[in-house]
Design a protein around this ligand. Structure first.
Ligand SMILES: [Zn+2]
Ligand SMILES: [Zn+2]
Length: 363
């Protein structure tokens, strides 16, 4: 977007999607909240866009067993924000006003422990803070971000692409890398038309995998074909999804990437895999609702591996952003004006979103 001088004037208050009645009956209301002042090592971002991720709903529903957001004084969820630096703290030398930056699900980590040093596990740091849960999230237009942990947005990637890549794109990139699948291997995406799944399909194709999309309905089928899926299985039309996957692959897939946070997706995954296959756990079902697995014989006789991955690291996010800059990753999104942020949350909650809902803070 074109930024003029007034774009950088910092108001006293800004709009934010705030949670009301956290728990099973929560709702979101757009309110005015104070614009925060950056600390010495922080930047203040003016967000142009935020994606709406199912994890936001988990935090607002308080169904993961982590306790409510309010225990940290947080009212705004969201962790897929893209915008521009409008103020920098007194110690910050690496960012300047006008630079494009974004925040991820992991807001900060200590950068001073073995997990933070190994280049791929800093999001598991014991001192890490989760955006939109432990600190104010990207449903708030002006937010703080630690200078050293803010992601740069490259030229050629607009904010409506960059937002969803901060979580969904980066998260599925991490899982794909950790699966170590090779070009020509079969990768199955249950929930292929969803926010994380549809980016997984594109990245999987970009690294040479053969892709089977699993989802329900013609709209999702059309989306999956458009994204390059080699095959599509409609779970509303077949009795046994795993049997269909076996039919397509011959001996089973090398990887199943479970991005859907429901028990059915996790239950059917082992049956789709061939010998040595990887069951990649990504989607988070509500606490107590599901266990990954099958009879141990299924794992023994097929040498199956189960691997969980959380969100992408700083490095993963950068790599995913680079795929977008090269035109190989194009998040599909539906744009909502700020006043309709609550409607976008409700739409995701109802399971009616193909791709991602992204809120435009400037409309
Ligand atoms: Zn997310
Ligand atoms: Zn650490």
């Amino acid at each position: 977007m074109a930024e003029n001088a007034s774009y950088f004037e910092i108001p006293k208050t800004c709009k934010a999607g705030c949670v009301i009645d956290e728990g099973p009956n929560f709702r979101v209301e757009v309110q005015d909240v104070p614009v925060p002042e950056p600390g010495p090592d922080q930047v203040l971002l003016r967000l142009n866009a935020t994606g709406i991720c199912y994890s936001d709903l988990h935090y607002m529903l308080n169904d993961l067993g982590f306790g409510p957001m309010s225990q940290f004084g947080v009212r705004s969820a969201g962790h897929e924000g893209a915008g521009v630096v409008v103020k920098v703290g007194s110690n910050v030398t690496t960012w300047k006003v006008g630079d494009r930056g974004g925040v991820k699900p992991c807001w900060n980590c200590c950068m001073n422990c073995a997990l933070c040093w190994d280049g791929q596990h800093e999001t598991y740091c014991e001192k890490g803070l989760q955006t939109g849960f432990q600190v104010a999230g990207t449903y708030q237009q002006y937010i703080l971000s630690p200078a050293n942990y803010t992601t740069r947005i490259p030229d050629g990637v607009d904010d409506f692409y960059a937002g969803p890549i901060m979580c969904s794109g980066s998260t599925i990139y991490r899982s794909l890398m950790e699966s170590r699948l090779k070009a020509g291997d079969w990768a199955v995406f249950p929930g292929a038309g969803g926010g994380v799944g549809h980016m997984g399909v594109q990245l999987a194709k970009a690294i040479g995998l053969r892709v089977i999309g699993v989802d329900g309905g013609d709209e999702k089928r059309e989306l999956c074909v458009r994204l390059g899926c080699d095959a599509f299985v409609d779970f509303t039309k077949v009795n046994d999804v795993a049997a269909e996957v076996m039919k397509i692959t011959g001996h089973g897939a090398q990887g199943v990437f479970v991005t859907a946070g429901n028990a059915a997706a996790y239950a059917s995954a082992p049956g789709m895999l061939g010998v040595g296959g990887k069951l990649m756990c990504i989607g988070l079902p509500p606490a107590g609702s599901c266990i990954v697995g099958a009879h141990p014989a299924e794992f023994v006789l097929k040498n199956l591996h189960v691997i969980g991955t959380k969100v992408g690291s700083m490095k993963d996010t950068d790599a995913a952003m680079d795929f977008a800059a090269r035109g190989l990753l194009k998040p599909i999104y539906e744009k909502f004006p700020l006043k309709d942020l609550p409607a976008a949350v409700d739409k995701l909650r109802a399971g009616k979103v193909a791709g991602r809902c992204v809120v435009d803070f400037n409309s």
